[in-house]
Design a protein around this ligand. Sequence first.
Ligand SMILES: Nc1ncnc2[nH]cnc12
Ligand SMILES: [Zn+2]
Length: 339
Amino acid sequence: MESFIRTLPKVELHVHIEGTLEPELMFQLAQRNQIALPYDSVEAARKAYQFTDLQSFLDVYYLGAQVLQTEQDFYDLTWAYLLRCQQDHVMHTEIFFDPQTHTQRGVAFQTVMAGIIRALADGEQKLEISSRLILCFLRHLSEEAAFETLAQAMSYQEYIVGVGLDSSEKGHPPEKFRRVFEQALHAGFLTVAHAGEEGPASNIRDAISMLRVSRIDHGVQCSQDPELVQELADIQMPLTVCPLSNIKLRVFERMADHNLVDLLRHGLCVTINSDDPAYFGGYMTDNFLAVAHAFAVTKEEMAAFSAHAIRASFLPDEEKAKLQQRLDHYLQVQLHPIL
Ligand SMILES: Nc1ncnc2[nH]cnc12
Ligand SMILES: [Zn+2]
């Protein structure tokens, strides 16, 4: 099973590019930009990555992002993540970025975009990894601030396929951003939202009805509401689940308690993702392996996570078909080898 998972073609739909900032790179950029870090070593930084809940992580995550200043910094960050994708046999990735984290510090929106876009273009050309970019509004900030960020994104619609909603879910329900999501949809952006990570199942319902999302990010609290679970299966609403994240942030105590395999077997369109791999101890393959180690899953079930992600991606149908062909070919060879 392990070697099957390592070379299984994958698609990532839930990763925050600022969450891929490994401590080694954080120290390099701190040096490059003359920024003081609250850690004296890479090991000390890693040791600090012990979290009790989402907020305790976010405090560390925003601190780390401060080293990101120049176009080259955003390029290096994104390129390093794409190399990890290559190692993990990720064929396609849809990446979140949090512009307000940077524009609040005086880094121009254009600087953030230029570095990320240049790296994604290199990823396409040199690594044959396709990608899409999703701008996230920080939900602990006002809807007014989100409107300002949306205005900045308007001239980048060629590069930004959708908008999302991340940061502290508690106290900042989907309702708070209903109007800015309405405007984003009207402008032609797709929408997604973190919902039901730490917040209640009602946040999932509201993200669907009020924000008209195409996917739910996390969504694991849907199990609080069996009717909702059935509805999510009926409408095949994709859930971009992040197993290692949910353990590190104590959403579930142990991987064996996680509900993603149950949800898969209940017919939901569940996918596996890394969220903030530099902070949660694992990229895509690590997340797949953690699930396979905790559950008696079949190879077909593990492959289903990839097939769901292809279907739920924001690629055009002909591109999805190509990725599905690569997955089918892999399964043909792995599951039905010609003796
Ligand atoms: N898992 C997560 N939930 C909410 N906001 C985030 N920002 C980065 N990772 C996040
Ligand atoms: Zn996330």
